[in-house]
Design a protein around this ligand. Structure first.
Ligand SMILES: [Mg+2]
Length: 167
């Protein structure tokens, strides 16, 4: 399991993860961040995201988006991909992750978390005991408070990659 600020693994994107293999290992739920994880920040749900949710449901997963964004943005995105959602999630606090797991009927031992930020997504998911996958953000053009967190992410990513011998 990932610890603290360190993810269990890195992935180029949410669309490059072998969800079938994780299902074989016993995972039954996937919680996704939305912005810069499934689509560009504030972009609507697209065909690729909808196809991913459809694929996950076909495999047998419960799939849900967990966002700190407000209700309408999150609910319309969830509707677009045909998935469940938690809006105003309060990441990295545990409550949103726990709410998401309740809604898809999974627990921390059988749920993956996929997101692009260390200080919200990964930190909170680790605190809840989820398996955490950190994805590369689609764009670096972000709000100032996120850019500041990105700077803090650099040394953590550098250490992670040193430990795991990744480029
Ligand atoms: Mg994000």
């Amino acid at each position: 399991m990932g610890r603290g600020l360190f993810p269990d693994e890195l992935s180029p994107s949410a669309y490059d993860i072998d969800y079938e293999a994780f299902y074989q290992k016993g995972y039954r739920g996937v919680i996704f961040d939305i912005d810069n994880t499934l689509v560009l920040p504030d972009a609507p749900a697209d065909e690729r995201a909808a196809a991913l949710f459809q694929r996950l449901h076909q495999i047998g997963y419960g799939a849900i988006v967990l966002s700190n964004n407000k209700g309408p943005r999150v609910s319309s995105f969830a509707q677009g991909v045909g998935g469940d959602y938690v809006a105003g999630g309060g990441k990295p606090l545990p409550r949103g992750y726990r709410q998401a797991m309740r809604q898809i009927g999974t627990d921390e031992a059988h749920t993956l978390f996929v997101g692009d930020q260390i200080f919200t997504d990964v930190w909170g998911a680790n605190a809840c005991g989820l398996y955490t996958i950190l994805t590369t953000p689609f764009t670096r053009r972000e709000e100032i408070q996120i850019i500041l967190k990105r700077i803090l992410e650099w040394p953590i990513l550098a250490v992670y990659k040193l430990i795991h011998h990744q480029k």
